[in-house]
Ligand binder design. Structure first.
Ligand code: GLY
Ligand code: MN
Ligand code: MN
Length: 474
C-alpha cells in the first residue's frame, strides 16, 4: 500500500448511530450464520478521461453513510460490520480527492473493521467459511454473482479439509426494501429539507419566466432550467434527483421531455417536473404555470380539474388505505371531468363507469398517480401487500387484451413516502375540443403517510391558480 500524508476529510450525512441501527436491524434478519455483501456503485465513464458525476449505491449508502467509490460493506448475522475501501494513496488523492482509508474508517463510520479493497478477495473466502447463507443484492450489480461464485470456489475445494461453504444465496434487497420503505426520523427530516429547496427552485423558475416575458425578452426552456439548478446548489443540494423536465407549450404532452431549448411563449403553459437530491434523498415536484403569469380560460378549466383530482388523491392517502386508493380517486375525478368538458364524448364512451371500466380516460391520462419516493426517485419497496401475496387474480386489460395478474395493493403505513401526481395531456384528435389542444398539465407533490392522512412536504410552492398568479406578479 502506498503511504499518504494527506488527512482524511469525511463526515457522513447522518450521525453514525443512524447507520449502525440500520445495520443491526438488517443483521438480525440474516440468521446467526448469515452474511451480507453489498458493493457501492461503479464509476461511469462519460467520455475520454471524464466520468459522470459519481453517485453511490443507495443500499450501500443507507447502511454505511460512506460516499466513496470502490467500497464494499460486509455485515454478519452476529452484527459485525466490515468495510472494504480504497487505501490511502498520496499520488491518487492529489488527482482525485481525499480518501478516508481503512485506518480512519472505523472511527469515522462506526464500522468494526476496515481493510483495503485490494484485500477483499483474500478476506472474503475466510469470511464466508462457516456461513450458511450469503446475502447480496440480486440483479443490481453486473458481475456480482460471478464475483461471489469466485469467492465460494476455494471454499468448495476445501470442504474435505473441513471448510463450510454457504448452501444458500439470498437477495438482501428483500429485507432492505422493506426497511427503506418506512422512512425514519432522519430520512423524513432530510426529505422535508429537499422538498423545501425544490419548492423554492420552482418559484424562482416561475418568477423568471414572467419577468423575462414582461421585459420583452426571448425565453427558452433552458433559462428556467438554469434557475432550478442555481437554487438547488445554492442550498447545498448535490445534484438534481433526475433529469429535470422543463416543457413549454405542447412539449408538456411528452411525458419524459427533457429541459431543452424550446421557446417559452406568452399565452402558453410551462410544465416543470424537477426536484433536487439532498444528502442522498430525492424530491420530485411538478408544477404547471402560465409562462406570462396569467391562466387563460381553457387552461383554468383543465388545471382546476387536475387540481381537484389531486385533492381527491390526497384525501385518500393515509395509513390503512391501499397504495392504489389515491390513483383510483384521481381517475374518478379526471374521468368525470373529461366527460363534463367534452374531451370524451359520452355518446361514444358511455358514462363514468364505462370510461373507467374501458380505460377510455387513458387517451389523456396514461400514467399512475404516484410511486414510492426516497433515496431513489422511484424508490424501492413492494407495491403489493406482502401478507396477501397469495391472493392473485387475473383479468384481461380493456385496451390491450393482455392478461394482467393483480395482487392486493400495499397497505399504506405511517412513514412511507410517495408522490401524488395526476395530470392531463391533450393531443389533438378528432372530436377533441380545439381550445384544449396541446395543453399538458401535471401537479405533483411529495407526501409522508401519517396515521390520520399525509404531510405534503413540497407545498413551499403553491398549487392554487390564484397563488401562482400572485407569486408570478411579484
Ligand atoms: N420525475 C419522475 C416522476 O415524476 O416520476
Ligand atoms: Mn414522480
Ligand atoms: Mn416528477
Amino acid at each position: 500500500m502506498k503511504p499518504s500524508l494527506l488527512p482524511h476529510a469525511f463526515t457522513p450525512f447522518a450521525p453514525t448511530k443512524v447507520y449502525a441501527a440500520r445495520r443491526a436491524t438488517l443483521a438480525a434478519q440474516l440468521g446467526p450464520k448469515g452474511i451480507a455483501v453489498l458493493p457501492t456503485a461503479p464509476e461511469q465513464q462519460r467520455n475520454r478521461d471524464a466520468d459522470f458525476l459519481y453517485r453511490f449505491d443507495s443500499y450501500f449508502q443507507y447502511l454505511s453513510g460512506f460516499t466513496e467509490p470502490k467500497a464494499w460493506l460486509v455485515i454478519t448475522g452476529t452484527g459485525k460490520t466490515i468495510l472494504f475501501c480504497q487505501p490511502k494513496d498520496t499520488e491518487r488523492e492529489i488527482w482525485d480527492g481525499y480518501r478516508l482509508g481503512p485506518d480512519a474508517a472505523p472511527s469515522a463510520l462506526g464500522v468494526d473493521e476496515a481493510y483495503s479493497v485490494t484485500e477483499m478477495d483474500a478476506r472474503m473466502a475466510q469470511l464466508l467459511d462457516g456461513c450458511d447463507a450469503v446475502w447480496y443484492p440480486f440483479a443490481t450489480h453486473k458481475g456480482l454473482d460471478a464475483r461471489i461464485t469466485a469467492w465460494l470456489q476455494p471454499l468448495r475445494d476445501r470442504v474435505r479439509y473441513g471448510a463450510l461453504c454457504p448452501a444458500a444465496q439470498r437477495d438482501v434487497c428483500v429485507p432492505l426494501d422493506e426497511m427503506r420503505l418506512i422512512k425514519d426520523a432522519y430520512e423524513q427530516d432530510t426529505m422535508r429539507r429537499a422538498g423545501a429547496i425544490s419548492a423554492g427552485a420552482h418559484i424562482r423558475a416561475m418568477q423568471l419566466s414572467a419577468r423575462m416575458l414582461r421585459e420583452g425578452k426571448a425565453v427558452r426552456e433552458y433559462h428556467l432550467d438554469a434557475e432550478l439548478l442555481h437554487e438547488f446548489r445554492l442550498h447545498g443540494s448535490q445534484c438534481p434527483a433526475y433529469g429535470s423536465i422543463v416543457a413549454a407549450g405542447a412539449n408538456a404532452c411528452v411525458l419524459h421531455y427533457r429541459a431543452d431549448a424550446g421557446a417559452v411563449r406568452n399565452g402558453e403553459l410551462v410544465l416543470i417536473d424537477a426536484g433536487c437530491e439532498l444528502d442522498g434523498y430525492a424530491s420530485d415536484i411538478t408544477r404547471t404555470f402560465p409562462a406570462n403569469g396569467v391562466f387563460s380560460g381553457p387552461q383554468r378549466s383543465l388545471y382546476e380539474l387536475v387540481l381537484d383530482s389531486q385533492k381527491a388523491a390526497i384525501a385518500a392517502t393515509r395509513a390503512g388505505a391501499r397504495f392504489t386508493d389515491p390513483h383510483d380517486a384521481t381517475v374518478k375525478v379526471l374521468a368525470q371531468g373529461m366527460l363534463d368538458l367534452g374531451l370524451l364524448d359520452k355518446n361514444k364512451v358511455g358514462n363514468l363507469h364505462d370510461v373507467i371500466e374501458k380505460r377510455a380516460y387513458f387517451q389523456f391520462y396514461m400514467h399512475r398517480t404516484g410511486h414510492w419516493l426516497g433515496m431513489d426517485v422511484h424508490d424501492c419497496g413492494a407495491y403489493t401487500e406482502p401478507s396477501e401475496i397469495g391472493k392473485a387474480s387475473t383479468r384481461l386489460d380493456a385496451l390491450t387484451g393482455e392478461k394482467i395478474v393483480s395482487r392486493p395493493a400495499r397497505v399504506l403505513r405511517s412513514g412511507m413516502v410517495l408522490t401524488i401526481e395526476p395530470g392531463i395531456y391533450v393531443r389533438p384528435a378528432p372530436g377533441v375540443p380545439e381550445q384544449f389542444h396541446h395543453i399538458g398539465i401535471r401537479i405533483e407533490d411529495d407526501a409522508i403517510v401519517t396515521d390520520t392522512g399525509c404531510e405534503l412536504i413540497s407545498r413551499g410552492v403553491p398549487v392554487e391558480m390564484d397563488a401562482i398568479e400572485a407569486l408570478m406578479r411579484a
